[in-house]
Design a protein around this ligand. Structure first.
Ligand SMILES: Cc1cc2nc3c(=O)[nH]c(=O)nc-3n(C[C@H](O)[C@H](O)[C@H](O)COP(=O)(O)OP(=O)(O)OC[C@H]3O[C@@H](n4cnc5c(N)ncnc54)[C@H](O)[C@@H]3O)c2cc1C
Length: 278
């Protein structure tokens, strides 16, 4: 009780920053370290929720919202390094979660390799690297787009497992008393590809975010209830389900290369000025 009141006091007077972790509690330090596969859960045909343990159990991973890590496995190929966005809370201790989409390719590739590993397998980890940095309360920095300012409204357009790039942002805003408005348009071919949908619906029900789930395959879901829009993404959906275009609105987009290109064109068509492709 005492701690919780003290914590609330510190939060209120900004003595604690929920959007960053003190340096001494961060595991990552931009050198190669290792992490151990703790467990994995298959979410759909090709997407896995993978939990890793870090070697310093009293520390947080050390990424901030918008940052990512690299993984490498010498037992696969010492020269292959791939990047992943953590989806666990930035203040989780000793563990972190990744959402990994296994790409089907002729030869065994990295994503297929790691999703077939057994618990206890050790991988090299490095980072943090920065896509964007969310400082909290609408303040966002996107170095590659020279963006560093406050927005009242953040629109997110994500395609299937690319939701990973924004999950910590959504969770951070929804659970830290941050009043920044989030409008999410989450697009996939089938309902199974809308991973983490239940977690997102919970934030919608708690009135923390607005979210619309959209299916491109009009035949899906067979026998399941789905009330969202169906068919190809069109400017009218972006107009309807994202915050209005103005200087207080930033739109973030992530997905396949084709999805990002097409969505950017449609956003420009409906006069969004602040668009960042992640
Ligand atoms: C900053 C950053 C963050 C990332 N975060 C994540 C993450 O959180 N989760 C995750 O699963 N992946 C993430 N990725 C992608 C990841 O780094 C790998 O590229 C991916 O796992 C595929 O690697 P691979 O070696 O298996 O396939 P590759 O051998 O690299 O690719 C095989 C084929 O699949 C194509 N391909 C690659 N990625 C995709 C894709 N996503 N969808 C469709 N086709 C693709 C390639 O163009 C190639 O033709 C991220 C990438 C970047 C740059």
């Amino acid at each position: 009780m005492f701690q919780s009141l003290l914590y609330q006091f510190k939060l209120r007077f900004k003595m604690i920053n929920q959007f960053d972790i003190k340096q001494e509690f961060k595991f990552l330090n931009n050198t190669q370290q290792y992490c151990t596969l703790h467990s994995k859960q298959q979410l759909n045909q090709s997407t896995y929720l993978m939990k890793f343990a870090i070697s310093q159990q009293d520390k947080c991973l050390g990424t901030r919202i918008g940052q990512y890590i690299s993984l490498n496995d010498p037992k696969f190929d010492i020269n292959t390094t791939r990047y992943y966005c953590p989806i666990s809370r930035i203040d989780d201790v000793g563990m972190f979660d990744l959402l990994v989409h296994a790409i089907q390719a002729e030869n065994k590739n990295f994503s297929t390799h790691i999703t077939t590993l057994n618990d206890g397998h050790i991988l090299n980890i490095n980072g943090p690297f920065t896509n964007y940095l969310y400082h909290g309360y609408g303040s966002i920095e996107i170095p590659k787009d020279n963006i560093n300012q406050n927005y009242k409204y953040i629109g997110i357009v994500a395609e299937s497992s690319a939701i990973a790039a924004f999950f910590q942002l959504i969770e951070g805003i929804a659970t830290n008393g941050d009043n920044t408005h989030i409008g999410l348009l989450y697009v996939a071919d089938t309902i199974d590809e809308l991973v983490l949908m239940e977690e997102l619906i919970w934030y919608v029900e708690e009135k923390k975010i607005n979210a619309t789930f959209m299916l491109r395959n009009e035949q899906d879901p067979i026998g399941k209830v789905f009330s969202g829009p169906k068919g190809q993404l069109k400017p009218i959906y972006l107009e309807q389900y994202l915050p209005q275009p103005n200087d207080q609105t930033l739109i973030l987009v992530c997905g396949s290369r084709a999805f990002k290109k097409e969505t950017k064109q449609q956003l420009e068509y409906i006069h969004h000025q602040n668009i960042a492709i992640i």
